[in-house]
Design a protein around this ligand. Structure first.
Ligand code: 5GP
Ligand code: ZN
Length: 111
């Protein structure tokens, strides 16, 4: 499949790694929107959070386990996790990813 994040997870396209295990890959966003901005993705291709189901939901839980662990290791206490689903919500890469943003005050509601 021609998917940018599948290629990044497989190491075929270089990225700045934050964390990796058998199921999950995390790397810094190429266009950071906060002083710390990295993405957590399942290695398996899931198109978005709207494609989560009983078969693949465990890896989503694992993504959040990784988010908790990595932010703790980086000393980040307050952060925002975002997943855009569909073009109107701002999704540009159609492989499930969780943005982790930190290091500045965040506004609510998001834009
Ligand atoms: P989305 O817009 O789908 O929510 O998020 C996609 C994110 O992937 C964007 O924040 C964008 O900056 C990031 N991105 C797109 N291409 C690359 C790339 O080649 N490398 C990295 N590290 N991030 C990318
Ligand atoms: Zn993919």
């Amino acid at each position: 499949m021609d998917c940018l994040f599948c290629k990044i997870a497989a190491g075929e396209i270089p990225s700045k790694k934050v964390y990796e295990d058998d199921l999950v890959y995390a790397f810094y966003d190429i266009d950071p929107q906060a002083p710390t901005h990295f993405l957590v993705i399942p290695k398996q291709h899931i198109a978005s959070a709207a494609a989560v189901n009983a078969e693949n939901a465990a890896v989503v839980g694992h993504c959040f386990e990784v988010i908790a662990k990595v932010t703790k290791e980086l000393g980040i206490e307050s952060f925002r996790v975002v997943s855009n689903i569909g073009e109107s919500a701002g999704q540009t890469v159609f492989h499930l990813h969780f943005h982790v943003l930190a290091g500045r005050d965040m506004t609510w509601p998001p834009g």
